[in-house]
Write a protein that binds this ligand. Sequence first.
Ligand code: F6P
Length: 365
Amino acid sequence: MEPKKIKTIGLLTGGGDAPGLNAIIRAIVKVAIGEYKLRVIGFLNGFGGLIKNQAQELTLDDVVGILPRGGTILGTTNRDSPFHYPVMKEGKKVYVDISDRVFENIAIQEVGALIVIGGDGSLAVAKGLYQKGLPVVGVPKTIDNDLKDTDQTFGFDTALFTATEALDKLHTTAESHHRIMVLEVMGRYAGWIALFAGLAGGADVILIPEIPYDIKKVVDKVNQREQDGKKFSIVVVAEAAKPLGGEIVVKRKVEDSFDPIRLGGIGNMVGEQIEASTGKETRVTVLGHLQRGGSPTAFDRILAIRYGIKAVNMVMEGCFGEMVCLKGNNISSVPFAKSAGDRRQIPLNCDLLLAARQLGVCLGD
Ligand code: F6P
C-alpha cells in the first residue's frame, strides 16, 4: 500500500515485556493521531492478537497517564509465531504456517502498515511477514540489550537501575554480616546487565556468558579480599554465565515459545562453590522478573519516545522492512535483513571489560 493512502496503522508488543513499552505506545498513538490523522489499532497479546483478530482501537484517551507505567497495555507473549503455530491434529501437536490468517485480519481491520515492537523473536516474525508482503516497521525492545544493529534497546536502562539498586542493598548487608553475596541477573545469552550493573554497583566479581569462568579465580579473589581485610564480597552472575568447559544452566523449557530455553540456577551453583571453597557464609539472590517491572527510567522513556516517533515517520515515508535503531546518539533505521533474529553479545574488546579489569574486578578468567 502506498504510504499516502495509509489511513490506519496496526501496533503490537511481542516477547518479554520491558519498561518503556507504554511510553512508546503513547508516543505512537499521539503522533499517528495528532500529526498524521491516522487510526491506530492495537493488536492484543503479541502476534496472538493478529492471529485471532483480537484488537482494539487506540485513541488519545487510551494513552492518558501511561507514560510512567511498566508493562504494556496491549499485553504480550513470547509465543504465537504465525509461521510455527501449534495445532492439534489426530491427537498430536503439530506446527503449521498460519500466516495467511494474519493477512486476513490485517485486511479486516483495514490496517495499512504494522509496527512491531519486540525482541529478536518478534522481529524475526516481523521480517517474515514483511517478506510475505506486509508493510512492517520494527522497533527493538528488551531488557537484555542483546539486539544487533542498535546501540541500545529500551528497557535495558531500567533493568540496569533495578539491578544496581539491588547491589547497593546487598552491599550493606554483606558488609554487616561479613558474607559473600551472589546476585544472579537476567540478560539471556549476553552479559550487558551483569557487566553494567556490576560496575555501577561496585561488584568484586562479574561473571558473564562471553567469558567462561574458572571458579578458582573467583575463590582467589574472595580470599585475597579477606587477606586485605575486606570481609565481604559481591559477586554478580549473568544467568547464562558458564564455567570453563561447562554448560549454561537451564531452568526449564517453555514449549511453543520463540526461544524455549529459560535460564536460571547458575547463581546458586556459583554460591555453593564459593562457600565450599572459602568457608565463608554465602547467600544467593536471584533478581528475576523484578528487572522487567517498574516505572521506566527517564532514559528509557526518552528512547521509547524517539523510537516511537521514528517508527510512525517511517510508515508515512513508506520505509518498510526496517527496524528503528540508535547509533551513537542518532535515531535511524536498519533493514530487517541485517538485524532480525540476531543477538548481540559484549565484544571482548569492549572498553567496559577493560575498565572492570583495571578496577581490579575479577571476570572469572
Ligand atoms: O528477554 C527478556 C528476559 O527477561 C530474559 O532476560 C530472560 O532470560 C527471559 O526473558 C525470561 O523469560 P520468561 O519471562 O518467559 O521467564
